[in-house]
Write a protein that binds this ligand. Structure first.
Ligand SMILES: Cc1ncc(COP(=O)(O)O)c(C=O)c1O
Length: 370
């Protein structure tokens, strides 16, 4: 650290230059996060000092967290729930599996090949084995294969409602039925899907099924909130209790979250955007994303690329052998796309910041490259 400080103006100028050097979100088709809604930013700034990890000092943030949790549960059609706000999908996945492991005391869990890598982190941190279930032709988990992998040490199953690479949804009804027969709880990772699925009429997903023990969803993805904002819902108190620790020196008696200190500002921001947009506001945003997803498919089909699956949500992936080269060339032209591994291809996430005009410009550049 410097001996004496620089002026505020100088420091902020340096930061502004750094910030301005990024590729703006308008040209980013690789991110599941987006520009937060302006009201979320305002609410975040209003609560910037607050700490949800010691909410006795800031009681209103606990109230806001509870409101965010119950609004999310209602949105997903879940009547009986408890939960808390996480830092995002990674914390939620780790904590959900930690709860299941602590309740069932098993040594392994099963996750689909399409899982997010945060599940691998959970397996490592918890020191438990992760068995990987194969997918069917539609890139959903193969439920019969999954069933065969269950043994006496299995404490949980992970299913996806919006896979990272394809936005695919696992057959939750079938998984729930099988898991109930085997008495194994299921964690549904809906980090992306939770704030998309309720706004697409054709996606009639029931999250309130037997054996679904937890669901995660991220307001900092399609919820238009600030980073970090995640939600973890449990179907029964026993799972929440299984991750409870005592906090003797704080204003609160116990804590459930993985981090200790955590932003109450996220709860304020997420509550603000939920209240401001309402279901109608979110529906309009999702409809626009889906229209743009259809548009990019049409434009890509003109170039000879077919989507791997008919997209369920605003994520679309096209098989592409030389994706690494294409991705590099696109980056030189200031477009960011991601690479999917299963199957190898170009993955585009058509977030609310993606404009129709930019999709057309992007495809023109892509045409030149290929
Ligand atoms: C399905 C899924 N789960 C979990 C995560 C992890 O979320 P986060 O990056 O907010 O920790 C992601 C992130 O892309 C995801 O797509």
């Amino acid at each position: 650290m410097r001996k004496s400080g620089r002026s505020e103006e100088e420091v902020l100028r340096e930061l502004e230059e750094m910030w301005n050097s990024r590729i703006p979100y308008e040209r980013v088709f690789s991110s599941m996060c987006t520009k937060p809604h302006p009201i979320a930013v305002k609410a975040f700034l209003l609560f910037i000092e607050s700490n949800l990890g010691d909410f006795g000092i800031f009681p209103s943030v606990k109230e806001l967290e509870d409101k965010v949790v119950s609004i999310s549960a209602e949105l997903l059609g879940i009547k009986k729930f408890c939960g808390y706000m996480t830092s995002g999908g990674t914390e939620a996945n780790i904590q959900a599996l930690r709860a299941l492991r602590n309740v069932k005391r098993g040594k392994n869990f099963i996750a689909p090949k399409s899982r997010h890598f945060s599940i691998d982190k959970a397996s490592d941190i918890l020191g438990v084995e992760m068995k990987i279930a194969p997918l069917n032709e539609e890139y959903q988990v193969d439920v019969s294969a999954l069933e065969e992998m269950i043994d006496e040490n299995t404490f949980g199953i992970v299913a996806l409602a919006g896979s990272t690479e394809l936005g695919q949804i696992d057959p939750l009804e079938e998984i729930s039925k099988m898991a109930s027969e085997c008495d194994i709880p299921v964690h549904v990772d809906a980090a992306f899907g939770a704030f998309v699925i309720p706004f697409i009429d054709e996606l009639d997903v029931n999250f309130s099924l037997p054996s679904i023990s937890s669901i995660s969803g991220d307001p900092h993805k399609m919820g238009m909130s600030v980073i970090p904002s995640g939600i973890l819902l449990f179907s029964e108190e026993k799972y929440m209790d299984a991750i409870k620790v005592r906090t003797p020196y704080l204003t609160t008696k116990h804590q459930y979250s993985l981090p200790g200190t955590r932003p109450g500002a996220s709860a304020a921001a997420t509550y603000a955007v939920f209240e401001h947009l309402g279901k109608e506001g979110y529906r309009k945003i999702v409809e626009r994303c889906m229209r743009n997803t259809k548009l990019i498919i049409e434009l890509m089909e003109e170039l000879g690329f077919e989507p791997v699956i008919e997209p369920k949500m605003n994520i679309v992936t096209f098989e592409m052998e030389d994706i690494d080269r294409i991705r590099e060339e696109l980056k030189k032209r200031r477009w960011l796309v991601s690479k999917s591994l299963n199957p190898l291809g170009m993955r585009l996430v058509i977030m609310p910041h993606v404009e129709e005009e930019n999709l057309k410009l992007f495809v023109e550049d892509l045409k030149r490259i290929i």
